[in-house]
Write a protein that binds this ligand. Structure first.
Ligand code: TRP
Length: 463
């Protein structure tokens, strides 16, 4: 383990971690749930979740990774001194792998939609047809699968090039590109007639829509968006240099993540309002991205015009880049694990992971077509991967991570690492531990119970 690579620069480390955090969640979920749950009021609650729950856990994951310089399973084995807490690391590796299987499928869809936009295929398509374009694409046995191979192929290529000349170099190119595209799209969008209505919808503070379920949604979103609880950040932090400032890096990553999420709202809402669509009818996720938005863009920027074509193409390419950098971070978790725990070369480990991901990814992808009859409680294979990871694995991982960091991890070690062995001041140390001990476990426990439907059942029981 002595010849492990490190990130070559601080900015490289920040951009890589930001690449993991900025993903589909920022673009296809955050804006819509913000708009529907009270606009700026939701953003405020979300920010509280980031600061109170997200940051302490992010810092803890960074800390465990950098202290041990090992893959997530190895890292937890070292810091848990052989106690059963080592399973938290293994759970993280499993969750990362699990999410990647269905996340890649969506990554593949963004490629296809980039291509369709570039080919101007949405010209003259009537509004009601976008649904069937999407379903006939996803149910096709070949086309989504071929894009999936391409998507996973790119991820594999970057991973096999290593930490510095793969992940770091790539993040340094892709993250600025992503940011430039976001800014360009925001500018085009806010210049549309009627854009101010959309901006108002997003920024008006409306606390009347905020109830307990909105708070729980904000927490869930913060967790997913910050890439917590599945080893991504821990694995990346194992490549941090010893003098990386953990808290500062975590703050930088969260700020980038939040800015991109809010800007995505400025891309989406002006065009939705421009064409007079009711934003409350739109569902976040795939249906927003692949059914509502292509139509919205054609209408807002002019059917079949060069502008509509370029805007739409840049938007799907943006989604692709966001998905790609997140997918790379998920792949790295598994690759580092296989390579270090089973002592095989990085190349071999990456290949094994890629093969397994491709098999399960293909099953997820085909679950919209040839395999759609395989269902469990009305969910196809893709939905099962999605729901199980979002509703069970992520909250469970988050809960265990915060309990472990707050109660089990040696506090002296925590303080030493946080302050880079006394070099930095860490006045927030006590507050951090307090949050990890009490606030996060309770809050995450509630998200968990909510996602399992416990609160709904209680509400129903109470009539
Ligand atoms: N954060 C990414 C998003 O917003 C997705 C993601 C990447 C993720 N790695 C993760 C989510 C780890 C949870 C855990 O889309």
């Amino acid at each position: 383990m002595n010849n492990r690579e490190n990130f070559g620069s601080k900015i490289g480390a920040i951009l890589a971690a930001a690449g993991s955090a900025v993903g589909l969640g920022n673009i296809w979920r955050f804006p819509i749930i913000t708009g529907q749950n009270g606009g700026a009021a939701f953003i405020l609650i979300y920010l509280c979740c980031i600061v109170l729950l997200g940051l302490p856990i992010m810092i803890s994951e960074f800390l465990i990774g950098r202290y041990t310089h090992a893959n997530t399973a190895g890292a937890y084995r070292i810091v848990s001194n052989g106690s059963p807490w080592k399973w938290v690391g293994r759970l993280g590796v499993f969750t990362g792998w699990f999410i990647l299987c269905y996340y890649s499928v969506v990554g593949a869809w963004t490629l296809h939609y980039t291509y369709l936009s570039a080919a101007n295929a949405f010209q003259d398509v009537p509004a009601q047809e976008y649904g069937s374009i999407f379903s006939s694409f996803t149910s096709n046995p070949w086309i989504p699968t071929i894009w999936l191979f391409l998507f996973i192929g790119v991820v594999h290529y970057v991973i096999t090039r290593g930490v510095q000349s793969g992940i770091e170099k790539f993040s340094k190119i892709m993250m600025p590109t992503l940011f430039i595209i976001v800014v360009l799209l925001v500018i085009c969008s806010v210049l549309l007639p009627g854009a101010s209505e959309g901006i108002k919808f997003l920024l008006v503070v409306d606390f009347s829509k905020v109830d307990s379920s909105v708070i729980l949604q904000a927490m869930g979103q913060a967790f997913f968006s910050m890439s917590l609880a599945m080893g991504c950040l821990c694995t990346y932090a194992s490549y941090f240099a010893k003098n990386t400032k953990l808290a500062t890096t975590a703050i930088n990553v969260s700020v980038i993540d939040t800015i991109v999420a809010i800007m995505a709202g400025f891309i989406i809402f002006p065009s939705i309002f421009n064409i007079g669509m009711d934003p409350n009818e739109i569902q976040a996720g795939a249906s927003l991205t692949f059914i509502s938005l292509p139509n919205v863009f054609q209408k807002a920027f002019g059917n079949g015009t060069f502008f509509a074509c370029v805007f739409s193409m840049m938007f799907y390419f943006l989604l692709f880049v966001a998905a790609l950098t997140s997918a790379i971070s998920l792949h790295e978790v598994a690759t580092a694990y296989v390579s270090e725990e089973f002592e095989v070369t990085r190349k071999k480990a990456a290949t094994l992971v890629t093969v397994v991901i491709t098999i399960f990814g293909t099953l997820c992808s085909l679950s919209f077509g040839p395999l759609s009859s395989i269902q469990f409680k009305g969910l196809n294979i893709f939905d099962m991967f999605d729901s199980f990871s979002g509703m069970v694995l992520l909250p469970l991982g988050g809960l265990l991570t915060s309990i472990f960091a707050g109660w089990v991890l040696d506090q002296k070690l925590y303080k030493d690492e946080l302050s880079n062995h006394g070099e930095l001041k860490a006045p927030y140390f006590k507050l951090l531990i307090f949050t990890l001990r009490f606030i996060s476990p309770i809050a995450i426990g509630m998200v968990f119970l909510d996602q399992l439907g416990v609160f709904n059942t209680i509400r129903e029981l109470l009539g």
